[in-house]
Design a protein around this ligand. Structure first.
Ligand SMILES: [Zn+2]
Length: 218
């Protein structure tokens, strides 16, 4: 099971990687001259990464303060972002211990959202690829089927003296399925024939319905 501690461990590894990733994809290679007029309007940083950095610099201290106050403790402002994250982990356990389950859950959901934002900004959550057909299970809403994007998972080779994981490397995983992000239906490759039949049937039904509606209106 993935716990809040796992999310925080991963955030603490990814956080220092964000400033390094800022200049990535900037269109300016090392050693390249940037004095030509064409480059005047080039954005010299990765805007996704910049947005995440700005948001998290504001939100992490805010939530650490909120969690401390909710748990009846004095907020501390030391240790920078890593200090706040470790504190948030301790405060989450404190809130759970106090029976404030909903507050603890709110905190865990927020931390997970930060992790997702970091992972996306760093390119570890690759976007879904379109499959080119709609989910055969429902018309409302009509939802495009997708092939899930690859995910990079951090694996750690060792832990430091506090037991926190260090020396991360990335292992990529790909799941070979077609899925609907609305109803969570999924089809594995051995069921693609069935999926094809369902899609053809659903498309025929939709055409019939559209024809009937046009007929009614006439
Ligand atoms: Zn669906």
């Amino acid at each position: 099971m993935t716990t809040l501690a796992d999310f925080i461990d991963e955030l603490l590894v990814l956080w220092p990687a964000l400033p390094t990733a800022l200049a990535r994809d900037a269109g300016i290679q090392t050693g390249e001259r940037v004095t030509t007029s064409e480059n005047v309007h080039t954005v010299p940083l990765n805007v996704d990464v910049a947005a995440v950095l700005v948001d998290l610099h504001r939100e992490i201290p805010d939530w650490a303060r909120w969690a401390a106050e909710t748990a009846g403790e004095t907020p501390t402002a030391s240790g920078g972002i890593p200090g706040h994250l470790r504190r948030i982990q301790a405060l989450h356990d404190r809130l759970s211990g106090l029976g404030r389950t909903r507050d603890a859950e709110r905190l865990a959901t927020t931390v997970h959202a930060w992790l997702t934002a970091c992972r996306r900004a760093l390119g570890l959550n690759r976007p879904d690829r379109p499959f080119g057909e709609h989910c055969p299970r429902h018309d409302q809403p009509l939802t495009a089927l997708v092939l899930p994007g690859d995910h990079g998972h951090l694996r750690y080779t060792r832990t430091d003296r506090h037991g926190h994981p260090i020396d991360a490397h990335i292992v990529w995983s790909r799941i070979e399925i077609v899925c609907c992000r609305h109803c969570d239906a999924m089809w594995t490759p051995e069921r693609y024939m069935l999926l094809g039949r369902l899609i053809r049937q659903a498309n025929r039904d939709r055409e019939h319905q559209a024809a009937e509606e046009t007929g009614d209106a006439a």
